[in-house]
Design a protein around this ligand. Structure first.
Ligand code: KIV
Length: 276
């Protein structure tokens, strides 16, 4: 059975050859599968807005949604480190409100840490949540919660100034006490520079192979949709596997080939034809 990774283990992975991995997960059944695999961490991400709830983006996901899904993931993955995402609106009103939201996700969800998006601006929020005793992961670069401000889901940090701003943000949240930071949708050379220059481990998604850790959205890497973003490799083609299984079931039902033996119950009842 795999040993559950801890915050000190994650801090110690900086600059090591082993790359801890994380995957998104939102339910008990899939959490059990992740727990049986070699994946170290689960993110109960607000990407559930798109992958589970049919929203256009992550905005609209609530603290209650995150808590509900986190609880069931934690139940299915006792040997896997679980991160609960702080959704849009749960940490941008006031610091007090942010600590209250983080407390709820951590305590009611039962996860091992929380994650929030933003750079220098959110450093005071990170500091307050860490002071409350909750491990915090940062998230910079392409931050889906503020995609509207970026004009959509666009690669960030493509100029010297923009790369410097990302590095400043990463340093600010590290200094505020975050134990790791997600780098999303930025050029690999920028991610490499940030990884080299900050004290805490980086976790990449669309940020190249040089980060200390990697994360992917499960639905992308399992090939549940035909379309996947450029950075997401399909490690399986579950879309075809599932559609083929559904269609085979329809076909066999129509042919009355299913449920035949051994999928039916039998009994010996005299005179069954006389039932009224
Ligand atoms: O919500 C999510 O799935 C995320 C990942 C893209 C890192 O934040």
């Amino acid at each position: 059975m795999k040993k559950k990774i801890t915050v000190p283990d994650i801090l110690a992975c900086k600059g090591q050859s082993k790359v801890p991995t994380m995957i998104t997960c939102y339910d008990y059944t899939n959490a059990k599968l992740v727990d049986e695999s070699d994946i170290d961490m689960i993110l109960v991400g607000d990407s559930m807005g798109m992958t589970m709830l049919g929203y256009k983006g992550t905005v609209g996901v609530t603290v209650d949604d995150i808590i509900y899904h986190t609880k069931h993931v934690v139940a299915g993955a006792p040997n896997t480190f679980v991160m609960g995402d702080m959704p849009f609106g749960s940490y941008n009103v006031s610091i007090e409100d942010a600590v209250r939201s983080a407390n709820r996700i951590f305590v009611e969800g039962g996860c091992d840490c929380v994650k929030l998006e933003g750079g220098t601006d959110v450093a005071p929020v990170v500091k307050a949540i860490v002071k409350a005793g909750i491990p915090v992961c940062g998230h910079i670069g392409l931050t889906p919660q503020t995609a509207a401000m970026m004009g959509g889901f666009k690669v960030q940090g493509k100029s010297f100034e923009a790369a410097q701003e990302l590095l400043d943000g990463a340093r600010a949240i590290a200094e505020a006490g975050a134990f790791m930071v997600v780098l999303e949708g930025i050029p690999a050379m920028v991610a490499n520079a940030i990884t080299e220059k900050i004290s805490i481990p980086t976790m990449g998604i669309g940020a190249g192979a040089g980060c200390d850790m990697q994360v992917l959205v499960a639905k992308d890497m399992l090939g549940m949709n035909e379309w996947v973003p450029k950075f997401a490799k399909k490690y399986a083609d579950l879309h075809s596997v599932i559609i083929n299984a559904y269609n085979e079931y329809v076909k066999e039902s129509n042919e009355r080939a299913f449920p035949s033996e051994p999928y039916q119950y039998n009994a010996k009842i005299e005179g069954i034809e006389n039932l009224k």
